[in-house]
Design a protein around this ligand. Sequence first.
Ligand code: ATP
Length: 269
Amino acid sequence: MTPALQFDNITCTFVSKDDRSQRYTAVANTDLAIAPGEFVSVVGPTGCGKSTLLNVGAGLLQPSSGSVKVFGEELKGINRRAGYMFQAEALMPWRSALQNVIAGLQYRGHEEKAAAELGEQWLARVGLQGFGDRYPHQLSGGMRKRVALAQTLILDPDIILMDEPFSALDIQTRQLMENEVLDLWNAKKKAVLFITHDLDEAIAMSDRVIVLAAGPGTHPIGEFRIDLPRPRDVAEIRMHPRFVELHQQIWDVLRDEVLKGYQQQKRAA
Ligand SMILES: Nc1ncnc2c1ncn2[C@@H]1O[C@H](COP(=O)(O)OP(=O)(O)OP(=O)(O)O)[C@@H](O)[C@H]1O
């Protein structure tokens, strides 16, 4: 089957922050393929290159070498078949929740009334019925994330790219959001590339977990199929004996990389 998103031998180098005459290789020779409908998480130590990889998949960053294919076609420019959700707040503070949700439809030239109707449906789907006229500052952090989720999914992307979308939330809200994402994903089965440094979150959500090495030159060093039953409740699945087993196996690979990443950050500080 043609992958929804395929990274072929991706390398990304940047001008080094410490010495501008040097280049820093963030990602090196990375291959990764995500099947249509597959939920793949990428975990790795802080600063290893997870976001860099996601930005390459989004078409926001041109790799130094290698190529990205989207449903078999070479990606040039922005990945229009993908929707994104980033860690940082992405809502426009001057727009109401509804106007934020339908922003992408408006940019694509959809008719206003139909867009607003669909927007209301999506607000209801993420549990925000009746909140459409609130502005971002009038919503809690969890509600703002729900608006951002609706804003991404309303465009019905074939690929969803998420970069630690819930890391700023408290644990209960986070688990609620994770379950909501899983429910929505279960209903439509899109390809998901989910970046996180939280191994529990990665296992609970995914079909497959990829472990990246500490930088420089990060690349996948482990790949684990998550053969846990679905549908899953992210809080309950953590008690499953197979979850504990998988966690142990993946942590065995990830632990050393996290330690290396930590040492590097200490040296850089
Ligand atoms: N535009 C850039 N210019 C220079 N260096 C960069 C640039 N973007 C990323 N880097 C460097 O590349 C490395 C990887 O960064 P990246 O943000 O991809 O890591 P990450 O794994 O997502 O980190 P975190 O887990 O902290 O979010 C870091 O050392 C970062 O400083």
